[in-house]
Structures are given as C-alpha cells and as structure tokens.
Design a protein around this ligand. Structure first.
Ligand code: GTP
Length: 606
C-alpha cells in the first residue's frame, strides 16, 4: 500500500459512548473479524477490561479497506476513555493523523468528549465527528449536533450518524476517514525512523514495542538504536496486528508494527522514544511531556516471603504503564513493600487488579495520598532534620513534619469540568462546596444542560469524587479534570489508633477544617469493615493527641456455629471453612485482624 493510501486514526469518546463497538464493526467490515464470532471487543484484550468494561491499554490494529479500486491501509489506534488514562490517549494520538470524535446521540457531549477533543485539536489532528446509537428511542441527534456546533464550531452537515450496534452508517465512517484524515508524512526513501508509542511485556518474548514507522524501512536482524538511551538492539521479530499478530520480514514507512528485540529490562522501552538504524542517526520525532503520578499508595505483599515475586510482577506491569513510579518502603505493621505513584484511584485499582489476575499476587494497598508541598520554618535545626531544604514534598503521612516545624502547607488543585442536566445542579454544587471547590464558570450548554468549572483540591477528587457525581445524578453528569497550581492550605495528620496503638498505615493527611468529620467517618467505617473478634477493639481518630472520634467493636463469641443447634453438619462445616478462609484474607495489626482491603475500602463510599 502506497503512503498516500495510509490513514492512522484513533477513536475518542466518553466512556460507554460505544468506541469498542464501533471498532468491532470496522474490523468486521474489513474482514479482520468475523461477524458474530462471539469474541466481542477484540481490542479490549486484557482480562481487567473485559471485567470492568473499560479500555485500559492503548492498542493498535491494521485494517485493509478497498474503496473505488484503491486499497487503503487503515491503522486504528485504540484509546481509553476514562479520565485516569489521559496519558494513554495522548500517546496514541501522537501516532495518528486524525480522530473519530464519537458521541452518544442519547447522552450527548460529556466531560471527556470535551477533554479529548481539546487533546486532539492541540495536536493539530483532523476531526471526524460521529454520532452513535441513533437507533435508540431517546436519541436526539439534532440537539447533539447543535451542541457540537456551539462548543466546537462543528457544522451539522459534517456530522455522521451511525449505530455501531446495528451496523448502520459504517461505510460512511470509512469514507470520511479516507477523505478527511491526511496520510502520514512518511518517506520510504529516507533513513529508517520509528516512533515507539506503546510497549508491553510478554512472559516469553520480553518487551514488545509497538512502533509507528515514520520513514524508511526495517528488516529482521538489523541493528536499531534508541535516541533516548543510545542503546543498540537487534530486531528479532516484526509483525503487524490484524488484530492477530502476523509476522512479516520487514516493516515500511507508514505502517504500525510490533517490534521484538533483545530488550531484557522492561524499563528500557521509553514511550515516545525514536529509533533509527545503527550508523544513520536522526533527530527524535517528538519529545513527550512526561506525565507525573498524582496519587501515591503503599503496596505490600500479604506474606513477606512473596516480596521478591511482588517486586517482579510490579516491574513487569510498570513496563505497560510508564507513568507508574515505584520505590521501596517499609512499614512497621506490613513489613517491606513499595510506594507506587498513579494518575488516579481507578488507575491504582486497575493496576492492583492486574497484579492479582496476571501475577496471582494478593497485595495489601494502603490509603492513597496526593503530594503536598511543605514550607519549613527557616531555622537551622529544623531544616537539618528534613535534609536541608526549605520546601519539601510529602506524599506519605508518615513523613508529615511536626506542626511546629511548618511555616506553610500547600496542596495541589485541579480545574474540574462538570456537565450535568440542570435538575441535579443543586446537589452537585453542594458536593463541590463540601469538597472545598471554588466555582470558576457556569454556562448553559443547551436548554437543560449546564457546564461548570470548579477549582478543587486534588485530594478531594482523587478518591471517589467522580463516582459521587455519578451517583448524585443517576449517572447523567460527567466529570473530567486537569492539573492546576498548588495553593496554600492547612493540613493535619489524622492518626488511627486500634486499642491505643497508632496504625501508621491507616493514617491520613487531611485538611484541618475537615479533620473531625473525616475522623468520625473513617472510624465509623472501620467499625463496619473490621469484623468482631475475640477481644474488644477500640478505634480512635486522633489529631495532635486529641481524640476526635471513637468507636468500639464488641468482642465476638467463640464458636460461629453455636447458634446452629445440632443437626446440619454440612452447614456447620461450611461455616467453619468460611471462617478459616476469612482468616487468610486478614492481616494482624496491633493484635487486631484487619481485612487486607480495609486500607483502601475505608476511603471509598461508592
Ligand atoms: P469504554 O471502552 O469503557 O470507553 O466504552 P466504549 O466507548 O468502548 O463503549 P462500548 O463499545 O463498550 O459500548 C458501551 C455500551 O453501548 C454497550 O453496552 C454497547 O452495546 C452499547 N452500544 C454501542 N453502540 C451502540 C449503538 O449504536 N446502539 C445502541 N443501542 N447501543 C450501543
């Protein structure tokens, strides 16, 4: 296929607007996937995605499409829709020439539609607007077209209407991809240059790198060099994803292919890196803005003997997710573990779920925290205690300095965009106020929908703000955010004591104003999460030695089967078995058995 007949594109959409379904239809039409093969959503390869129904990992597939006697190579690069994965969206867009902006004709433009649209426009990509789900009774394509016009100046006549589910209007999508999206600016006569935009670890083959071949060609056995590290690798395998892997002898400019090479250490694959042939160096294609993790949490093996295995599993998963940072950490109750940085809570949860499913790890996760900046009092002895710096970063409650060492606290904020039907506006505004938000703007999107922006502390949105908004609005409001500056704040360390023993792993950095409410809430929820045991358990929430909340869990009777008078032996056995299995999921902290997932569940209400 000629370079002029190549199109690289992505589909961007709000969660559930039908991206995977549309991708399936495009695959079916081009014969890459058989109709009703029973294997739905081919691109959502990972088990986690199937289970949660969200797309986590960017992936690519090459399709051949015949149109007016010409054969076109269409490289579809999959992108995830959720806020937590904006970096993945960004990296797939950098290999695309254009995007399909997919909007649900029933629910209309949502917060992530807007965020993704801006990402695409910022990268100068051509936009093909498509309304999906026009088969639905409540679909209102005219209204959504109006919104697209008022928000993005997209003309209604440029908008396609399809039903991905029923396969209506799919041909017009192909036509628009070919007509509107430009071919890559690739040159086959020039020296080989390729852009690494995704990478994952295969148990048997090591790191596999997904690359867009910008110029020239690459053959099996050739030596290629990373611009970033200057390391030299031998090309061991070349393949196209159709979506099944198809081995080829060479990859040429304009193609997107998978390159296997003798890369042993997962960290060597740098997303955004440029590769060239040994002996013909080139300029890097693009410099990536490195994304920083926003929340940090401790991850510990449930048994110390699994420490090495957990480390190996984390290292391999980090390759698939270059944003995650990790460092060793030790905790008095949990032993040796790691502190990992993530983009958000969902990101953390998906990571942990993958540890469990792909590596059979059963780790303990501690409460996530954002990174605070703390200006210390300018006194020699204080500065010395904290490494000599006047401003320090703290993302672990353990390292929060004594209040009398601190001059000023700063916390990160975000600019959140919320789109909601007007009927929920009251509840949503109350929530934003409760979360210390400051309203920045509010406009009527159309007759019954409002778009608001709020500056909010990051710590208030990372845990369950998104879910909270969803639940307040019966799922109709949407939320997205971008990072903003640090602002002055007032923080305290809320400690949790179990039978008088402080449990570092349960402590939190909280805003002083919220300390009491937070303490009561946390202690109350711990009471529900920690099962009754042989001894009485006192739970206290303490700030600076002052008890703000207290609950007691009464002692448990010894035999769980006592009340099952006589008779049913199997039922008794089952209960005893459940009890002993339950114990395995426990962790003894301060002589109290705490379920392993308590640390994170205690923070989540949804
Ligand atoms: P994420 O991967 O989480 O971003 O979601 P997605 O955008 O890929 O959405 P997905 O394709 O999984 O579709 C979400 C839901 O909408 C599924 O239940 C689909 O069956 C349904 N759906 C998709 N397209 C259509 C359509 O044209 N009509 C109708 N009625 N339902 C559709």
């Amino acid at each position: 296929v000629k370079v002029e007949n190549i199109r690289n594109f992505s589909i961007i959409a709000h969660v559930d607007h039908g991206k995977s379904t549309l991708a399936d239809r495009l695959l079916e039409v081009t014969g890459a996937k058989k109709k009703n093969s029973g294997k739905n959503q081919v691109l959502d390869a990972l088990e986690v995605e199937q289970e949660r129904g969200i797309t986590v990992k960017a992936n690519a597939v090459s399709l051949l499409y015949k149109h007016e006697e010409e054969t076109y190579l269409l490289n579809l690069i999959d992108t995830p829709g959720h806020v937590d994965f904006a970096n993945e969206v960004c990296r797939s867009l950098s290999a695309s020439g254009g995007v399909i902006l997919l909007v649900d004709a029933n629910h209309g433009v949502q917060a992530q539609t807007i965020a993704n649209y801006h990402l695409a426009v910022g990268k100068n990509l051509k936009i093909v607007p498509v309304l999906n789900k026009i088969d639905l009774k409540h679909a209102n394509p005219e209204q959504v077209e109006q919104d697209l016009f008022s928000l993005f100046d997209i003309l209604p006549e440029d908008v396609l209407r399809v039903s991905a589910k029923l396969g209506i209007g799919i041909d017009s999508v192909f036509e628009h991809i070919i007509k509107k999206i430009p071919p890559p600016e690739s040159c086959r006569d020039e020296a080989f240059r390729a852009h690494l935009f995704d990478s994952w670890y295969d148990k048997y083959r090591g790191a596999l790198n997904l690359m867009f071949i910008k110029d020239g060609e690459v053959k099996l056995g050739q030596e290629i060099v990373s611009c970033e590290s200057k390391k030299i690798y031998i090309v061991k395998s070349l393949s196209l994803l159709t979506p099944e892997e198809k081995n080829v002898k060479k990859l040429i400019a304009g193609q997107i292919g998978l390159i296997g090479m003798n890369m042993r250490n997962s960290k060597e694959a740098v997303i955004g890196d440029t590769y060239h042939l040994k002996g013909s160096p080139t300029e890097p294609l693009e410099v990536f803005k490195k994304l920083r993790p926003m929340i940090f949490a401790g991850i510990y093996p449930s048994e110390q003997s699994q420490h090495v295995a957990l480390r190996g599993a984390i290292e391999k998963l980090v390759l698939n997710d270059s944003v995650v940072t990790f460092a060793p950490e030790t905790s008095p109750a949990l032993g040796h573990g790691f502190r990992l940085g993530f983009l958000g809570l969902l990101h953390l949860e998906v990571f942990v779920q993958r540890l469990q499913q792909e590596y059979q790890a059963e780790p303990i996760i501690t409460a996530p925290s954002v990174t605070y900046k703390i200006k210390l009092k300018n006194m020699k002895n204080i500065l010395k205690q904290h490494g000599g710096k006047e401003i320090i970063s703290v993302s672990n409650p353990k390292f929060l300095p004594e209040p009398n060492h601190v001059e000023e606290y700063f916390e990160p904020t975000v600019l959140g965009t919320i789109i909601t039907p007007s009927e929920y506006i009251g509840k949503i505004i109350s929530l934003c106020i409760e979360k210390r938000g400051i309203q920045k703007s509010s406009i009527n999107l159309d007759e019954n929908r409002i778009m608001m922006t709020y500056q909010l502390p990051l710590s208030e949105v990372v845990v369950d703000f998104h879910d909270h908004i969803k639940s307040l609005s019966s799922g109709f409001a949407s939320f997205d955010f971008e990072e903003k500056e640090y602002v002055s704040t007032n923080l305290v360390k809320l400690e949790i004591l179990l039978n008088g023993v402080p449990v570092e792993e349960l402590s939190n950095i909280v805003h002083a104003r919220n300390a009491e409410t937070f303490a009561k809430d946390l202690v109350g929820r711990l009471k529900e999460l920690i099962p009754r045991q042989m001894v009485m358990i006192a739970i206290q929430g303490v700030v600076g030695g002052k008890v703000l909340a207290r609950e007691t869990i009464r002692a448990y009777r010894k035999d769980v089967t006592q009340w099952l008078y006589g008779g049913d032996v199997t039922r008794r056995m089952k209960l005893l078995k459940q009890q002993s299995e339950g114990k395995k999921k426990m962790r003894s902290i301060a002589n109290v058995n705490v379920p392993r997932d308590t640390f994170i569940r205690v923070l989540k209400r949804f």
